[in-house]
Design a protein around this ligand. Structure first.
Ligand code: NAD
Length: 260
C-alpha cells in the first residue's frame, strides 16, 4: 500500500514510443486527436479516404513527430483490412486505435433514402467493429492496448432527422462495452469519447441554420460551440497509462449538455 502514491508522476500521460492509428485524422476532431497524440510522443498513422493531408502534415512536421498517412475508404471492407497491416509495416505495431471517421445524413424519417442508411451504418458502425477486431489481434499478442471509439450525444439521445446516425452511435456505445469486457483480460482498455457540439465541417449545416443554432446554444450550459482542441487532453488521457483502470466507459465532453 502506498507505493503507487509515491511513484505517481505525470509521465503516466506520456505516449512516447507508442503507435496510434487515427481514422479521419486529417480534419475536424480527428485532426485534434492526431496532433494531441503526436504531442504526447506517439507515432501517428493517419487514415483517410482522400489525400487532403497538407494542413495536418504541416503541424506534424513543425513538431517533428513521426507520422504516416494512409489512404483507405473504410466503407470498403477490402481496403479497411489493409489498415492494420500497413501500420504494422510502418511502425512494427499498433498500441492505440482511435475510431474517429464518421459521417451523418439528415432527412425526415419518411423521406430517408435506403442508401443513406447504408452509408452511415457501414462507416460509423461496421468499420468500427472490423478495424477494432483487427487491431485487437495485434494488441492481444502484446498484452496491452487502447481502443478509443467516438460516440456522440446521439449515443444517449434520439435526435431528429438522423435515424441511422443515432442508431450507429448507440451501437458504438454498445460495442465499446462489449469489446471492453472481452479484451480486459488481455490488458486492453476500450472506451469512447462522446463529444457534445463542436464546430467542424460535420456541424456546419446546423450552425448556419439560425433557429437551430440558437436552440442548441441555449441548451448548452457552457453557452458556446466547442473547439476541436477541447478534446485533446481527453484523447491523451484515454490513450495513456493514466486511464488503465477505466474500461467500457462513454466519456461525455459536452459543456454540460447531458447534465441539463
Ligand atoms: P468531419 O466531417 O469534419 O470529418 C470526418 C472524417 O472522416 C474526415 O477526416 C474524413 O476524411 C473521414 N472519412 C469520412 N468518410 C470516410 C471513409 N469512407 N473512409 C475513411 N475516412 C472517412 O467530422 P467531425 O465533426 O470531425 O467528426 C469526427 C467524428 O466525431 C465522427 O465520428 C462524428 O460522428 C463524431 N462527432 C462529431 C461531433 C461534432 O460536433 N463535430 C459531435 C459528436 C460526434
Amino acid at each position: 500500500m502506498g507505493e503507487g502514491l509515491q511513484d505517481f508522476s505525470l509521465d503516466c500521460f506520456s505516449l512516447k514510443g507508442k503507435t496510434a492509428i487515427i481514422t479521419g485524422g486529417n480534419t475536424g476532431l480527428g485532426q485534434a486527436y492526431t496532433i494531441a497524440l503526436a504531442k504526447a510522443g506517439a507515432n501517428v498513422f493517419v487514415v483517410t479516404h482522400g489525400t487532403n493531408w497538407d494542413d495536418t502534415k504541416v503541424f506534424l512536421h513543425n513538431m517533428k513527430g513521426k507520422a504516416e498517412f494512409f489512404q483507405a475508404d473504410l466503407s470498403d471492407r477490402e481496403q479497411l483490412q489493409k489498415v492494420v497491416p500497413a501500420c504494422v509495416d510502418a511502425f512494427s505495431t499498433v498500441d492505440i486505435l482511435v475510431n474517429n471517421a464518421g459521417t451523418i445524413r439528415r432527412n425526415s424519417l419518411l423521406e430517408f433514402k435506403d442508401e443513406d442508411w447504408d452509408d452511415v451504418i457501414t462507416l460509423n458502425l461496421d468499420a468500427v467493429y472490423f478495424l477494432s477486431q483487427a487491431a485487437a489481434k495485434v494488441m492481444v499478442e502484446k498484452g496491452s492496448g487502447k481502443i478509443i471509439n467516438i460516440a456522440s450525444m446521439l449515443s444517449f439521445q434520439g435526435g431528429k432527422s438522423i435515424p441511422p446516425y443515432t442508431a450507429s452511435k448507440h451501437a458504438v456505445a454498445g460495442l465499446t462495452k462489449s469489446f471492453a469486457n472481452e479484451l480486459a483480460e488481455h490488458g486492453i482498455q476500450v472506451n469512447a469519447i462522446a463529444p457534445g457540439y463542436f464546430a467542424t465541417k460535420n456541424t456546419a449545416p446546423i450552425r448556419s441554420d439560425e433557429k437551430r443554432n440558437a436552440e442548441i446554444l441555449s441548451r448548452i450550459p457552457a453557452g458556446y460551440w466547442a473547439d476541436p482542441s477541447d478534446l485533446m487532453g481527453t484523447v491523451v488521457y484515454l490513450a495513456s497509462k493514466a486511464s488503465d483502470y477505466m474500461n467500457g466507459h462513454i466519456l461525455a465532453v459536452d459543456g454540460g449538455w447531458l447534465a441539463r
